[in-house]
Design a protein around this ligand. Structure first.
Ligand SMILES: [Fe+2]
Ligand SMILES: [Fe+2]
Length: 259
């Protein structure tokens, strides 16, 4: 299955015109497409199915309780499939049935273990205040983000433990946040702030054939060993911000092939 992957277009400030990639059977939008949501309309009438996983910026200055159903309504109106702790099976051109398991997978700040969590949460505080979101009427602070992150992790763990029982032939996970320190942005590397970008989901990686994510404003494509089986693959095709040089070298027509 050939999948066009886009994320972190940040259309709330960036100028970018999406185009369908030749040969792609599906488009995955892995979050931070547009904090205003207006940019989602640019994908209306897309020639192949569109799967959406929300990023953190989709919730800027919003109350999560109301934003989730509103974002779902918007996606439904545009004909997209929003995956928030949900899975769907899509049949590829070659006849294989591919399960897509999607969740934002907010940070649980556990990337550096329990001992590094306090520093990681402190590093996140400033950006969470800038985000200005609320959840259940309370500030969406590090503790609230962690609770959401752990709920996503629990759902993913249970979903990936389910037996296919003939219902699908391959599994693609889509998250906004990165699943491993291996997805860290090389500009920042191993530091407390990186726990706001990546989770330690390395144990789950072998249970997916392909794991797509965004959030890090850089590109990734790496393999994960699976003894006795073909390796799993992790890919990120985030665009990022032009004035920070992040979009340099970004291939908007990049297609990731699930083999
Ligand atoms: Fe982003
Ligand atoms: Fe993000």
């Amino acid at each position: 299955m050939k999948i066009q992957l886009l994320s972190d277009l940040h259309l709330e400030t960036e100028a970018f015109d999406p185009e369908p990639a030749p040969g792609a059977e599906l488009l995955v939008l892995a979050g931070d497409i547009d904090a205003t949501w207006a940019g989602y309309r640019r994908f209306a009438g897309w020639p192949v199915p569109v799967i959406v996983v929300a990023g953190n910026h989709e919730f800027d200055f919003r109350e999560l309780d109301g934003a989730w159903p509103a974002l779902r309504d918007e996606c439904t109106r545009l004909g997209f499939t929003l995956l928030q702790r949900e899975a769907t099976v899509i049949t590829a051109a070659d006849g294989r049935r591919v399960r897509f398991a999607g969740a934002t997978r907010w940070s649980d700040f556990g990337l550096f273990g329990d001992s590094g969590r306090e520093r990681a949460e402190r590093a996140a505080g400033y950006f969470l205040r800038l985000m200005g979101a609320t959840h259940h009427g309370q500030p969406f602070d590090a503790a609230a983000v962690r609770a959401e992150g752990l709920a996503c992790r629990a759902w993913l763990e249970a979903e990936l433990a389910r037996s296919a029982a003939g219902a699908w032939d391959a599994t693609v996970v889509v998250t906004h946040f990165g699943p491993s320190l291996r997805s860290a942005d090389p500009r920042y590397g191993r530091q407390p702030g990186t726990a706001s970008f990546c989770n330690a989901d390395d144990d789950l990686l072998p249970r997916a054939d392909l794991w797509l994510h965004g959030h890090l404003h850089c590109r990734h494509d790496y393999l994960v060993d699976r003894p006795g089986r073909r390796h799993a693959r992790v890919a990120c095709n985030a665009r990022g911000l032009v004035d920070k040089g992040e979009a340099e070298g970004h291939d908007a027509l990049r297609v990731v092939e699930l083999r």
